[in-house]
Design a protein around this ligand. Structure first.
Ligand SMILES: [Mg+2]
Length: 212
């Protein structure tokens, strides 16, 4: 195997986690158990193959339509909540880095490892990183809305490698979705998929540092 010299990270649920949709529903009067259950169901169906196949991340219009339809699961309990969930949860500037993201990105930069972000997303992720002082540790951002192609399509991973100036065989992909991020293997990247963790806990990114 070629020596790894660069790493691509997924954004959502890999480096950053979303605002708490269940929390918003509780604020609006829903019982915590019900809010948690609804939120888990929404997030799980958002990660399904059927939802990913909708290509929701190539335009803002498709994104809003797909997510408000998912959030509509909560409408019988809280009328109108899907728009409010969309505004709270889907603005990536409001997402928060996992604690080990804030350690791992500087660690990689210090060692001269090139770092890129490749994301299915409909807005620029740079402001979210800048807000947490992490933008200086990322060399390139590859967004699906700019590429007009989404993960798992190998073309977006190849575009991300090109943006980083790295060859796929020397680049590690780190993500959380076998359906989306797993497409990197078809583009020739060694791929690390991390299982889900709770919001705000350690993400398990120390494993990445062991590979460089
Ligand atoms: Mg993800």
């Amino acid at each position: 195997m070629a020596q790894l010299t660069a790493v691509l990270f997924d954004f959502g649920d890999t480096l950053f986690y979303s605002p708490d949709g269940a929390g918003l529903m509780v604020e609006e009067g829903l019982a915590p158990d019900l809010a948690d259950r609804l939120w888990r169901e929404i997030w799980a169906s958002a990660r399904s193959a059927a939802e990913l196949a909708r290509q929701r991340d190539v335009s803002p219009e498709r994104h809003r339509e797909a997510w408000t339809r998912l959030f509509a699961r909560a409408e019988p309990h809280l009328p109108g909540v899907s728009e409010r969930l969309y505004e709270r949860v889907m603005v990536t500037d409001n997402w928060t880095p996992f604690p080990d993201s804030e350690r791992t990105l500087p660690w990689l930069k210090e060692r001269g490892v090139r770092v890129g972000v490749v994301s299915n997303v409909t807005s620029d992720l740079r402001p979210a990183f800048a807000r947490h002082g992490l933008d200086a540790f990322v060399d390139s951002f590859t967004h699906s809305f700019e590429q007009r192609v989404e993960k798992p399509d190998p073309r977006i991973f190849l575009a991300a490698c090109e943006a980083l100036g790295s060859r796929p065989a020397e680049t590690l992909m780190v993500g959380d979705s076998h359906l989306a991020d797993g497409g990197a293997v078809e583009a020739g990247l060694t791929t690390l998929l991390l299982p889900p963790v709770s919001r705000g806990t350690e993400r398990g990114l120390d494993l990445v540092t062991k590979l460089f």
